[in-house]
Structures are given as structure tokens and as C-alpha cells.
Design a protein around this ligand. Sequence first.
Ligand code: ASP
Length: 559
Amino acid sequence: MSIQGFMKRTRWCGELRKDDAGKTVILNGWVHRVRRFGRLVFILLRDRTGLVQVVVRKGSPAFDAAKKLQPEYVVAVKGTVRERPPKEVNPEMPTGEIEVIAEELQILSTSKPVPIPIHDESLMSTTSEAVRLRYRYLDLRRPKMFRNILMRAKIVAAMREYFDSLGFIEVETPYLARSTPEGARDFLVPSRLHPGKFYALTQSPQLFKQLLMIAGFERYYQVARCFRDEDPRADRQPEFTQFDVEMSFVTREDVMEVVEGAMKHVLKKVFGEDIETPFPRLTYWEAIRRYGSDKPDTRFGLELRDLEISEGTAKRYLVVEGGKGITEYLAAEAVKVSGEHGVRVDVITEGDLSTYGAESGDAVIVAEGDYLSVSEALGRLRLSAASKLGLIDKTRRSFIWIIDFPLFEIDKETGKLAARHHPFTSPNPEDIHLLDKEPLKVRSLAYDLVLNGEEVAGGSIRIHDKELQMKILRMLGLSEEEAMNRYGFLLEALDYGPPPHGGIAFGLDRLVAVLLGEPTIREVIAFPKNKDMADPLTGAPAEAPEEYLRDLYWLQIKL
Ligand code: ASP
């Protein structure tokens, strides 16, 4: 029988129920499992909606083909739905009350034994990520992975629906562009037609969305890919997706309110959950003081406390109730964290702990050093202790805004002033007078949205005053010429009636991962790169064909 003439599905596997009993159906799908007995073959048939049991009896015209089946063969089955007798009902399966008695069966394609245990999630723990990514199309056949990618699509659809309803316009901006700085290295693309010149892949649509505001679009969004050539770091991808938003004539509060509405809509529409808005707000320094992090996990307490604070050094601590039981673990974590943050950390479990407000059986973690490093070190130990002691309620969704970030920070490598967010973020007007004398004290109009201890969105009100923008760029060490050279197109546009504007970008991969409770963004990206930023499936990055390099003839000089 030609494949062209295959029997086309009339129903989906996962949707058959008791009231379909007696109906004739055609199913298309993959053999999830097959069990053969002398007179019977049981097939668990899978399509993207789920599984259903198909029974082939000896004597059925389908029997010969059924005997040949192996897992992951692709078949078309015609049969009659039958209600299972009570003792054969499988309550674990949504389709467990019925089965399909096969009358015809076509094998549409065969499969080698698969290197991924698609049929048994419990075996996944022994499957390496390298194998999963090498055979991603098989990994994505797992119902769990399909669900992740499906939920991602639903979340994006709900976001679009919400922003569309508020009059936002979806606009695509270039990927091949001039450098758009977000604090990472650019991926460069050599231009064949302009020898020696490069496009930079956009690190974010930041400058283009600002230009759209100057163009009078008022409300924009885009599902945008962003490219950042960063060193491999925890759970980053060289390309990732932002749900990017910009609005004109708004204050910080307006943007935050729109974002809260978006989260409310997504949670309701996709998860059927009601969440409370507005979300709590914490200033950056309050977050550091209480949680030792600018993306605090507020699903549990365990707040940091002060012991002694003096000019230049701070002694702060954390009381871990019942922490004595995990002393060794805490001590090991303390050593790690102490090294990484360059502070002294002690874990105390013996003696009189009452000065710390602790009791016997508790652990007190004391850290000493500069205020920020001490707080961040304790912030990390706070997370380790909470997860080890099971204090984190995984069913909770804890949103919180962090506001009043410092506008600048000192770049660790260069020792120079750097933008904490990006150079187009507006200083808080109340702090403008500090710009010249105490720039590190200037607060910005930036805001981050944190969910369960992960940053899921970040944005700011932008500078729309050319003089101020030039001044900030100067403070960041750019000469007038350099500023014009890099951002001339934006600076020039600021001469032509820029409206006050601001916006935000959701890290879509991260948002989806946190909402689905997945530990890494690789679980919610169909074809991610591995931790070394390579793709084991396609073999990217790869050598370029010789003739390409020849065409980019300036490259030949160096080869
Ligand atoms: N462009 C910013 C970023 O990528 C987000 C924003 O300010 O809207 O973080």
C-alpha cells in the first residue's frame, strides 16, 4: 500500500473516552510500547494528545502487520472503540476506560531502537543531556517535553492576546544591526558586500524600540531573539527570547501595572490560577539588606540580620532554625561561598546562641567583610539552607518588584563607572543633583520583576533628553566622538521630539521555565545549545566552507 494512500486519522489517541464506545475510528501515531501474546498484540499508541491501547486479535487482517511492530514505528490503525470490562480499566490513563479493537493496520514507517527511553520517564535520569540534545527530535517526543513546548506556545499566545488587547503593536526589528549594548559581547557577522565591515547580532531590540517610540508608535511589543556572546555561565544561552515591550507617555508605575496585568492574564488563561496584584515592591538596598540578593526568593523567610556595621566593614548573620542537623552541609557551602565572595564566613552551632536570637539546635551563619559581599554571601547560604531543609513551598508563585537600583556600578574588570542596566536608563529625577559628585548614589528608574527568586523581566524609564543622554555616555567614559560613532542614530533621533517613554523585556525562556517549575531554560527551548554553547544535533558551530571564506576575501588575508 502506498504511503500516499494511508488511512488518515479521524480522531486523536488521547481524546477517546467511554462515550466513543462502538465508534469506528482511524488513529495515526507512534508505537509507544508493544506486547505480543500468541493470539493478541497490545499496542500502546501515541500521538501528541496522549496514549490509547489498541488490541489486535489473531484473525484480524491487522494481525500480520501487528506482529512486526517495534517501538516508535509509525502506524495508521482503523478499529472500533470498545469499553473495557471493569477489571481491565486502567485508572492511570485518561483513555483507560476504553481500548480500540484493530481491524486494519498500516505501517507507515519503521524505527531503529531509540537512544532515549521515550516510553519510560523513570529511565530518563540515566540518559545524559548530551544524548538528549544529540537526538533532540526524539527527546521532544517525550510527552513531558512536548508539554513544555506546548505550554510555552500557550504562554506566548496569552501574552500576545493581552498586549494586543491593550493596543500594543507587534513590530519586528532587525537582527543584523549595529551594536546594541546590553553588557555582553556581540556576535559579529562579516559583510560580504562591505569587506572588512560587520553586522552585530542584536543583544536586544533596545535602541530600535526607542526609535519606534520616537516614531510615534506609542505601544510596541515583539517576541525577539537576542544574541549575546557570553562566557558559559549558569543556565545561559547564546541566543534567547525576550518578550519585549515599550510604551510612550508613561511613568514607572504605568509600566509595572501593565506587566502585572500581563502576568495575571497568563496565569489565569494558561494555568487557571488567580494571582494577586499589585505585586510587592522592594528597593534594591532593602532586598540586599533582607535577603542578600537583588532577585530574592520570597517564598520563605530566613532574613539576614545585622551584628555590627561600621564604615567599610559589616558583620551580618543568618539564623537557620534546626540548622544544627545540617552543620556539615552548611560548613561546606560556607567555604565555597566565602571563597567566591571574598568574605569570612563562620557556621556556629555550639555554645550560647541567644545573642543571635537563636536556640540550641539552630545554626548561626556569621559573615564579615564589605556590606554588599557579606550580604550576597549570606543570601546564597540562605538559599542553600532553605532548599536543604525543604523550606521552599514549590506550589507558591511569589512575584516581587525590585526598584530603585543604582544607576551605575563599578566595573570589576576596568574599575570604571558602568551602567547597571544599560546606558539609556533614566536616573531618578530626585537624584540628578548627585550625578556629578556622588554618581554611585544615584538611583535609576529601572525595575526588575522577580518570580520565585529568578529575574523574569527587567526594564526602565528611558532618557529622552539628549543633553542628559550625552552626559551619561560621557560619564561612562565615551568621548563625544565615540558616542556619536556608536549611538549617533539614537542621539540624532533625540533631536526630533522624543516622547517620554519606558518599557521592559521579559526573559521568555526563564519565565516559562519558572512557571513550569523546570530547573533550566534548556527544558523549555526546543533546540537549545549545550553548556558549552554548542549544538550537538546540528554540530554548530562548524567550520565554514572554503568558498564562503574566499568570498569574504578580507578573511583570506588572515588565513
Ligand atoms: N533591553 C533591556 C534588556 O535586554 C530591557 C529593557 O530595558 O526593556 O535587558
